[in-house]
Ligand binder design. Structure first.
Ligand code: XMP
Length: 603
């Protein structure tokens, strides 16, 4: 297999067909989205480094060049091998991809001062195969700064918008196309049709991809890779490790596959029992729960610094995993380690935002390092995106409750339970209060660790406030987040930040609040409108009620950026009423901050 393919390709056996479509990664956050959208149409696509030599792509039926954050004129900006335009393979350039194509083929690109971001109406001026069946005007999503000002020789203008004169171009004879807008995002209403026209009518792709249809090949792949050895798994209860583990159980039988779930004491309410129930049934006798709450909570007892928390949790994981590996003799030659690594985790250039902390620590465990170095590892899901992993899980009959869950961080509730080393007063400022609880944010390229701006009362127009949150944060020194008070037992002015630790009783309080929120949001369907819904406990209140709950529902594609999501008033009131009944809870706040400048988690 080629070196330029940025993902690992599983050795031994085939867990996927050869890619028909190569998506060249020009550094855009949309690159994976493009590959996913192609696969959703039943065509197997993979992401390649942008400068992969054309010869290595010769077996692909089509090439797509992704968008990217750079200017084509920026030193060191991604480029492609110009030979890809001469092989006769159809190429579609998207956004930066179009500009790169224009530049390399003799057109012109002007540096933009002011970008164009958002919706535009597209007019097709030369209907052809690419726009077949796409009526006009048509809503498209634009996100670019530079723009093409002259098409290369041989191209004709296909479409335009009021703000972008050259929104799409094509050279039908060479089958080279470029679009300035993003067909891969849902805001481009007919994006799916455009991609379909390119894939099937222009490039002649055939349907060859269905994750559910690959279970038999995956089982075969697992049997070949295991080659008579047994497989050991650390199961986290997350979608990826659960599906990988279940696949191995099915391929090899429960006798040859052992799974251990480490209960850190930082789990959500009912989580350990739930995972135990799901896997005890599938793998009776070979699935075990390691109860390690005491050692985790003991080590965390007096810690409030987020980095310190992560470090301690990581060290505890290392210790316990090593102990399990040693005591079960899993390091001898009869065993290999199974992992739930999925496709985006394997892409170096894409740099996924948050490698699962448990996974990171897996790699730091000396025993695991040895297994990795010896190639004694099995990762059946390295070709699949998360949604595809879910499909496989459905095929295997795993419960929807497990498959449809939101992402949940490896360090668990520890990063959602904030503490303070001292008792501090809140401070009145124009428009609200500064609460001196520090949480993590992301401003510019780096992480910040700052106080919270709290608005006194919850206005009915949440959306307006969300839109203005960044402005308010910028205007207030020393903060990186804005929250609004939803309901409370007293006014914010009577509150203080309480000296506190990551104690068992505070974790229990958070666990209860989290369970209430999950119950209400599942019953109302709100859960399906958000990507993730952290519930955070902050030490803000009065002596009798020392903590407050923060609701943090967000929408996101990949966790790299996120939008605070508004909740319908009636539902919010119902939720707040229930939360105020939790003993020790003084108030309920709603996080209005997008990412950036906030992060999703508070830590
Ligand atoms: P932030 O807070 O950085 O989070 O905006 C982005 C996404 O990453 C998840 N997250 C983690 N996941 N281990 C994980 O497995 C971690 O240490 C961790 N920290 C953050 C977070 O839940 C969100 O989905």
């Amino acid at each position: 297999m080629s070196d330029s393919r940025t993902g690992n390709v599983p050795a031994g056996g085939e867990s996927h067909p050869a890619p028909q479509v190569a998506v060249l990664d020009a550094g855009g956050q949309y690159c994976h989205l493009i590959a996913r959208k192609v696969r959703e149409q039943g065509v197997y696509a993979e992401v390649f480094a942008s400068d992969t030599p054309a010869a290595e792509l010769s077996s692909c039926r089509a090439i797509i060049i992704s968008g990217g954050p750079d200017s084509v004129y920026a030193p060191g900006s991604p480029t492609v091998d110009p030979a890809i335009f001469k092989t006769g393979q159809p190429v579609l350039g998207i956004c930066y991809g179009l500009q790169l194509m224009a530049l390399l083929l003799g057109g012109q690109v002007a540096k933009g001062e002011k970008g164009e971001y958002g919706l535009a109406m597209l007019d097709v001026i030369s209907p052809g195969v690419l726009f077949d069946g796409i009526g006009v005007p048509q809503q498209v999503w634009m996100s670019h700064r530079d723009r093409m000002t002259a098409m290369p020789p041989g191209f004709e203008l296909l479409a335009t918008t009021s703000t972008c004169a050259m929104a799409a171009m094509g050279d039908r004879s060479r089958r080279l196309y470029g679009v300035q807008f993003h067909p891969e995002v849902v805001h481009t209403h007919k994006g799916r049709e455009l991609l379909s026209n390119f894939l099937f009518s222009i490039a002649g792709c055939v349907k060859d991809w269905s994750p559910r249809g690959r279970v038999a090949q995956l089982e075969q792949f697992i049997r070949e890779t295991a080659a008579g050895r047994n497989v050991f798994f650390f199961v986290s209860g997350g979608v990826d490790s659960s599906v990988a583990y279940s696949l191995c159980l099915r391929a090899l039988g429960a006798d040859r596959v052992h799974g251990v779930y480490v209960d850190t004491g930082l789990m959500r309410e009912g989580e350990t029992e739930f995972v135990e129930k799901v896997f005890a049934r599938q793998a009776s006798g070979t699935f075990a729960v390691e109860r390690a709450a005491d050692s985790f909570l003991g080590a965390l007892a007096s810690v409030s610094d987020p980095e310190q928390k992560r470090l301690i949790i990581g060290e505890q994981f290392v210790r316990i995993q090593e102990q399990i590996l040693q005591s079960g003799n899993y390091l001898d030659g009869n065993w290999i380690l199974g992992q739930g690594t999925i496709y985006p985790d394997t892409i170096e250039s894409g740099g996924t935002a948050n490698a699962d902390v448990i996974k990171t620590h897996h790699n730091r465990v000396p025993g695991i390092q040895r297994l990795l170095a010896d190639g004694r590892i099995i990762e059946p899901l390295t070709s699949f995106y998360k949604d595809e992993v879910r499909e496989i899980g459905r095929e295997l009959g795993l419960p929807e409750q497990l498959l449809a869950r939101h992402p949940f961080p490896g360090p668990g509730l520890a990063i959602r339970c904030l503490a303070s080393e001292s008792t501090l007063p809140v401070e009145s400022v124009a428009g609200g209060w500064i609460i001196p609880v520090r949480s993590v944010g992301v401003q510019g390229d780096s992480r910040s660790y700052r106080h919270v701006l709290a608005l006194d009362s919850f206005p009915s127009r949440q959306a307006d406030l969300q839109a203005r949150a960044a402005e308010m944060i910028n205007a207030t020194a020393g903060v990186n987040r804005a929250v609004a008070l939803v309901a409370s037992h007293a006014s914010i002015g009577q509150f203080s930040v309480r000296e506190s630790t990551l104690s068992e009783d505070r974790l229990a309080r958070l666990r209860r609040a989290d369970a209430i929120v999950r119950g209400v949001s599942a019953a109302s369907g709100f859960e399906n409108q958000v990507w993730q819904f952290p519930v955070v406990l902050i030490p803000v209140g009065q002596p009798s009620r020392p903590d407050s709950v923060v609701l943090r529902p967000v929408d996101s594609v990949d966790g790299m950026t996120a939008q605070s999501v508004a909740m319908e008033d009636g539902l919010l009131k119902d939720l707040a009423d229930k939360l105020l009944q939790v003993p020790g809870v003084a108030a309920v706040f709603y996080d209005l901050t997008h990412k950036p400048p906030g992060t999703i988690e508070w830590e």
